[in-house]
Design a protein around this ligand. Structure first.
Ligand SMILES: *Cc1c(COP(=O)(O)O)cnc(C)c1O
Length: 377
């Protein structure tokens, strides 16, 4: 690094991680290729058991993606035409897409501004005659405030689905994300904290009946073979993905610690740079252990800052720039700007900075230095 030339910092560096486990991953891939068993074999069964143990869940059912984990969960819960499902508008599309795909209606509840998760104090007022489920999201790697949601859901007899795609390993008052409600959904999309070499997903549940139904639904609803109890879908985690994920899972706890350390370092660097007033730093909410899937700040003139950082080789991302209630595909819901003000404000202000376990101090200093330079102009 020559003086005055900022170091380039990608928003995510998957190659840095692969370099540390290359031999093990190749051995796992080779094992599957030698066995020539590619669908629902020993790797998937072992991985399901290992994730279940890691999370403290009774059952784990692998599937093709995090999106399918959500879809299968709602199908297992019997959600369909005319039903309403309560969720947050400030999330990845799949959280609400699965509801609409089943002919049900997403009913949005605004977020609380500090943790970016569903405002649990606003859930009950949206519960109606047709409410059949609540999908909460543990965004950016920390859990939403579950207590009040579970209390309302319990009182109304409504199941809760946890979209824990960004939060595998996070805890809330000592309990793992995904295991606090009826079902928990995970994604192994390559950029997630536990990422495969392609798509993958998984559902955890403590309910024997739901686990059984999920296993049947992922093979077109057939049990035994060619006898169809339900109209399911083809949604399996494949053996290659499971074998690779089994290599990575034992490292996940250490990787989460490294992410949390880097989040502390960012906090410290922003404070030292005198930017704590300008840049809204992430808040770890009460009872949470945040695993920093993303380190997300709130900033003024966000899009200009992004350009400034990009010009200096610093990658950033915006999760998510348009609140779901304002998406064209949901226009029939009749929402307008202003309906969910906290979600809309977050969409305009959030910026995810480079975050991965292998991020170096020099890189973090370069990121914060480039931010300071922007606001000093
Ligand atoms: C990634 C993600 C999903 C979907 O997972 P895929 O594996 O990409 O289908 C769902 N919800 C949230 C919050 C996510 O971040």
């Amino acid at each position: 690094m020559s003086p005055g030339r900022p170091q380039s910092v990608p928003v995510l560096d998957l190659k840095a991680q692969y370099a540390t486990i290359r031999a093990q991953v190749r051995e796992a891939v080779d094992r599957v290729l030698e066995g020539q068993h590619f669908i629902l074999g020993p790797e998937v069964a072992a991985f399901e058991a290992e994730v279940a143990r890691y999370c403290g869940a009774k059952h784990a059912v692998g599937c093709a993606s995090g999106s399918d984990a959500l879809l299968l969960s709602l199908m297992a819960l019997g959600i369909g035409q005319g039903d309403e499902v309560i969720t947050t508008p400030f999330t990845f599309f799949a959280t609400a897409g699965c509801i609409a795909r089943l002919g049900a209606k997403p009913v949005f509840v605004d977020i609380e501004p500090e943790g970016f998760n569903i405002d649990s104090s606003l859930v009950e007022e949206r519960v109606g005659q047709r409410t059949r489920a609540i999908i909460v999201v543990h965004l950016y790697g920390q859990c939403c405030t579950m207590g009040p949601v579970l209390e309302v859901a319990g009182r109304h007899g409504i199941p809760v689905v946890e979209d824990a795609a960004q939060a595998l390993g996070a805890t809330h008052y000592g309990r793992r994300a995904g295991t606090m409600a009826e079902v928990g959904c995970f994604s192994f999309y390559p950029t997630k904290n536990l990422g495969g070499a392609g798509d993958g997903g998984l559902v955890v549940t403590g309910d024997d009946g739901l686990a059984e139904k999920l296993r049947v639904l992922r093979v077109h609803g057939a049990r035994p073979k060619y006898v169809h109890r339900y109209v399911g879908l083809n949604s399996r985690l494949d053996e290659l993905q499971a074998a690779i994920l089994r290599v990575k899972l034992p490292y996940l706890a250490a990787w989460s610690d490294m992410r949390a350390q880097r989040a502390d370092t960012y906090d410290k660097l922003f404070m030292e740079a005198g930017l704590a007033e300008t840049v809204g730093l992430p808040t770890e909410m009460e009872g949470n252990r945040h695993i920093y899937h993303q380190y997300v700040v709130r900033v003024p003139r966000r899009d200009e800052l992004r350009e400034h950082l990009a010009a200096r080789g610093v990658g950033t991302e915006v999760y998510y720039p348009l609140s779901l209630h304002l998406q064209e595909c949901f226009r029939d819901l009749g929402h307008r700007p202003g309906d969910f003000p906290q979600s809309e404000k977050a969409a305009a202000e959030v910026l995810a900075l480079p975050m991965y376990p292998e991020l170096t101090l020099a890189q973090q200093e370069a990121v914060v230095g480039a931010v300071r330079e922007f606001y000093a102009r």
